[in-house]
Design a protein around this ligand. Structure first.
Ligand SMILES: *[C@@H]1O[C@H](CO)[C@@H](O)[C@H](O)[C@H]1NC(C)=O
Ligand SMILES: *[C@@H]1O[C@H](CO)[C@@H](O)[C@H](O)[C@H]1NC(C)=O
Ligand SMILES: *[C@@H]1O[C@H](CO)[C@@H](O)[C@H](O)[C@H]1NC(C)=O
Length: 345
């Protein structure tokens, strides 16, 4: 059943619909799963992907700062909602202006809802401050009424939480469930404050991606005999995504007009890991481009068939699948409604 659905989705070409009037802009917040180049402008301590072979499948083989071989999910979503291009990295347009009017990408690799193990990155609180600067810039250019309407009809996308969980996992005893519950609650409460802050600034349509199989990323598998997944970390991710899902339900019942799509990446991945071939993946464990993934590395040719691009991040093939399922998928993976329905409400 799931695979039939998937085949149907594969045949569904992501073409821009005429929803420009409905979705004026796309504002993107998050970590390396959504960064399109902000970290290029940060100190050497921040994670970077602005060198080959990153971007080998991007137009012009360009290493843009995306942590994969090609596009990330938000690139596909931008195309679908009819934007002329994927919103630019906030730091790439220090003068702001017209380029910001159809959306901005604030995401920074290594960042989280709270502080993470990575330093000199832009965490979500700071990303929201940067959004405020952009909104103020809009006001001076197009006036208050247009800005308010734009913000209320735009999509606010979040892909965050993974780095909070890696950071938490370092210090957590997996048998201490009480502490785990407290820590997950503390991250979720902070996320609630952040989403509520954006709501108070006028945001109404949210797309939130849940965390995936963190225990199965190559760098983590190294810690487990047989290169298997670290189940405790997968469980922590499941716990957090359950909490995120509940948080969104509660926000939408408490805040009038708050609408959302939760892209349940964890649920998307359950059938993929159970039956990779059915989804076109022949290699689930090894990274296509082993570390350090520079010009000295030997990368795989059949990148469509690899789940992992480098030792931390998935291939474009995975990002495309996640984008399609969040755009068009059933409530099991895009709930309570998918993005197609969200932009038509
Ligand atoms: C993960 O969670 C499931 C369900 O809560 C539980 O049965 C399983 O033992 C957990 N695994 C680990 C490694 O904690
Ligand atoms: C997550 O939610 C599912 C479905 O409600 C439940 O079966 C599972 O035990 C939960 N797992 C964790 C770790 O919270
Ligand atoms: C490639 O390897 C050579 C020799 O080990 C080294 O000098 C050079 O810095 C490496 N280049 C990159 C891009 O890693």
């Amino acid at each position: 059943m799931a695979s039939l659905l998937f085949l149907f989705l594969l045949s569904y070409v992501i073409n821009p619909l005429s929803v420009e009037a409905i979705i004026p802009s796309l504002y993107i917040f998050g970590d390396s799963t959504a960064d399109v180049g902000n970290n290029n402008y940060l100190s050497d301590k921040a994670p970077k992907a602005n060198f080959p072979y990153y971007g080998i499948d991007f137009p012009g083989r360009t290493a843009t700062g995306r942590f994969t071989n090609g596009f990330v999910s938000v690139d596909y979503i931008a195309r679908f909602v009819g934007l002329p291009r994927s919103p630019p990295a906030f730091l790439s347009n220090t003068n702001g202006g017209l380029k910001w009017l159809r959306g901005v990408n604030f995401a920074s690799a290594g960042s989280g809802i709270s502080e993470t193990l990575w330093i000199d990155v832009i965490d979500i609180d700071e990303q929201i401050k940067n959004f405020k600067l952009v909104a103020a810039d809009h006001r001076t250019r197009v006036g208050n009424r247009t800005t308010d309407r734009t913000i209320s009809k735009s999509l606010f996308s979040f892909s965050t939480g993974s780095n909070d969980l890696f950071t938490l996992f370092q210090s957590l005893d997996p048998t201490n469930k009480t502490l785990e519950n407290q820590m997950i609650e503390s991250i979720t409460n902070k996320f609630q404050d952040q989403l509520t802050m954006l709501y108070s600034l006028g945001a109404r349509r949210f797309v939130v991606f849940g965390t995936g199989f963190l225990g199965c990323i190559p760098e983590i598998r190294k810690l487990v005999p047989g290169n298997n997944c670290l189940e405790d970390l997968n469980n922590l991710s499941l716990h957090f995504k359950n909490a995120t899902k509940s948080l969104l339900q509660s926000l939408s019942s408490n805040l009038p007009g708050f609408k959302y799509t939760f892209g349940d990446v964890y649920e998307m991945l359950v059938p993929v890991f159970a039956n990779p071939l059915q989804y076109g993946f022949r290699e689930m464990k090894a990274p296509c481009c082993p570390p350090p993934c520079t010009l000295n590395s030997t990368y795989c040719r059949n990148r469509q068939e690899y789940y992992n691009w480098d030792s931390f991040h998935p291939t474009e093939a995975v990002y495309r699948m996640v984008a399609k399922l969040t755009l068009f998928g059933p409530p099991r993976v895009a709930n309570p409604i998918n993005i197609l329905a969200l932009v038509n409400t």
